[in-house]
Design a protein around this ligand. Structure first.
Ligand code: ATP
Ligand code: MG
Length: 472
């Protein structure tokens, strides 16, 4: 099959092809760029593999451009990168890799294009587009990646056991791609993840967290978390979340499954916000439910008393373990977990202004995110209950803006004080001062004049004149 080269790509592809001819090496565009272009996803990173010296090819491409772009060389990896027309182009020599069991860093030697395609993680990531004269634009697809793109399948090019035990990060990548692209993981590939999941321990926490972040930033992260749970990886990388799964039944009373509830809340939040940290908060909002669960014999029901503050206390350990930032981002997540039950308790009519004010104070600038989380936390399948709960929150939001407005007015000071009025007209405290002050305040509140000293001063003079006062 021929790759449909777009006009904007033509220049870059030709440029690299010409430089490769001069270096007498074969060059190919490979991996994510080819995949994403065929899927119609926007992409700015081009990976170029050449059968030879990647750094030399990058220098040659740079030489043919004026002004000559800077070539960033990573000697240790044998790669080089340059920027051109908003694209980031990375060059590397084709390689063959061999792994040792305790490391995901392989021994690397020069190889053929075929070697290089063999070391790729999935068939859809192993596609190469030729930049060579004899077959320019041809797609080289040794593992049926094109068909798998069409059928939306994630599959390893070689035996899944080998691919995953060589580099266990690929297990996370499989699930991340399935979630991002809406693809299925081919059963033997998924089985390979199940068999080799325990090898995830050789992967750094940072890399695991990066993949989790990519899953969280998709429109429906539940897809990824379900896969992580089903293959057993979640139990290893985020055991606290995996523990949410399960239903206990006593005396015929069962509580809901907090794992599937959490995933529903997470997907709901994703429809309301793109914030990574609000999404983390949704994932962790009920994290202490297993630890706080009790069966109340008298009422015959389950309780989770204190799970909000216990949960907030669990957040730092989870963040530390995954090497997530421990500053403002973590504090935000803790605040959301701690406060996620507060709004529901304020949806009743008899709630006082001060209770509403206290929530506004505690949530501070994050009140809107908190309300998004609370609204997402409603997962009832009963439409009547659903609209009743949502109405409760609408009512609370109205109360919050009333209280805010009342407080704003009470605290609000117009820019002209009584003293200025008295000094300007040379009058004593009395009725006239009050009349002028009120007139200025109303004019500002009505938007007739700006809330600044000069406008207020001018209005003061006018109001004084109406009362027969003259400026001293
Ligand atoms: P994204 O950029 O969305 O993370 P990508 O597939 O482009 O996806 P990169 O990390 O940019 O991922 O890597 C580019 C290419 O390198 C991949 O398409 C794949 O062919 C190869 N690759 C990356 N990481 C691995 C890995 N861990 N094992 C095997 N091949 C990999
Ligand atoms: Mg990429």
């Amino acid at each position: 099959m021929i790759f449909n080269i777009q006009p904007h790509e033509r220049t870059v592809f030709d440029l690299i092809a010409q430089a490769a001819r001069q270096c007498q090496v074969e060059a190919y565009v490979v991996g994510g760029y080819v995949r994403d272009r065929l899927l119609g996803r926007p992409t700015k990173d081009i990976d170029v593999v050449c059968v030879g010296d990647g750094i030399q090819l990058a220098e040659m491409v740079a030489n043919s451009l004026s002004p000559r772009p800077k070539v960033v060389v990573y000697r240790r990896f044998g790669t080089a990168m340059l920027r051109f027309e908003g694209l980031e182009i990375e060059f590397v020599g084709a390689r063959r890799e061999s792994y040792s069991p305790d490391s995901r860093k392989p021994a690397v030697e020069q190889g053929s294009l075929e070697d290089d395609q063999n070391r790729r993680d999935f068939t859809i990531n192993a596609l190469a587009v030729s930049l060579n004269e004899h077959n320019f634009g041809h797609i080289i697809d040794p593992f049926n990646g094109l068909a798998h793109l069409e059928d939306k399948i994630i599959k390893t090019p070689l035996d899944p056991g080998k691919t995953f035990s060589d580099d266990p990060l690929r297990m996370m990548r499989a699930i991340r791609f399935a979630t991002q692209l809406g693809f299925d993981i081919e059963p033997r590939t998924f089985d390979g993840i199940k068999r080799f999941k325990s090898r995830i321990h050789i992967i750094s926490k940072e890399r695991i967290a990066t993949e989790l972040e990519k899953i969280l930033l998709t429109p429906r992260p539940s897809v990824g978390f379900n896969l992580l749970f089903d293959c057993g990886l979640l139990q290893l990388i985020l055991p606290e979340v995996a523990l949410l799964q399960g239903v206990e039944d006593r005396e015929g009373r069962a509580h809901k499954d907090n794992f599937y509830h959490t995933l529903e809340v997470l997907d709901n939040v994703c429809r309301k916000s793109n914030s990574l940290w609000l999404r983390w908060a949704a994932l962790l909002h009920d994290i202490a439910k297993p630890a706080s669960k009790r069966f109340n014999k008298e009422s015959g029901g389950w309780t989770f008393h204190g799970h909000e503050w216990m949960g907030a206390k669990m957040v730092p350990k989870i963040f530390r373990n995954l090497r997530l930032p421990l500053g403002a981002e973590m504090e935000f997540v803790q605040k959301m977990v701690l406060l996620h039950l507060r709004p529901i308790s304020l949806t009743k009519e008899e709630v006082t202004d001060s209770a509403v004010r206290r929530l506004l104070f505690d949530a501070g600038p994050d009140i809107e995110d908190l309300m998004r989380l609370c609204e997402s936390d409603i997962t009832t399948k009963n439409p009547r209950k659903m609209s009743r709960y949502l109405e409760g929150y609408e009512y609370l939001k109205e109360r919050m803006s009333e209280v805010t407005e009342a407080d704003r007015l009470r605290l609000w000071q117009p820019p002209i004080t009584g003293q200025v009025i008295m000094d300007t007209f040379g009058i004593e405290p009395g009725r006239d001062v009050g009349i002028i002050k009120t007139a200025i305040r109303e004019a500002i509140l009505d938007g007739e004049i700006g809330n600044d000293y000069d406008s207020a001063f001018q209005r003061m003079v006018e109001e004084g004149e109406k009362l027969g006062l003259v400026v001293k």
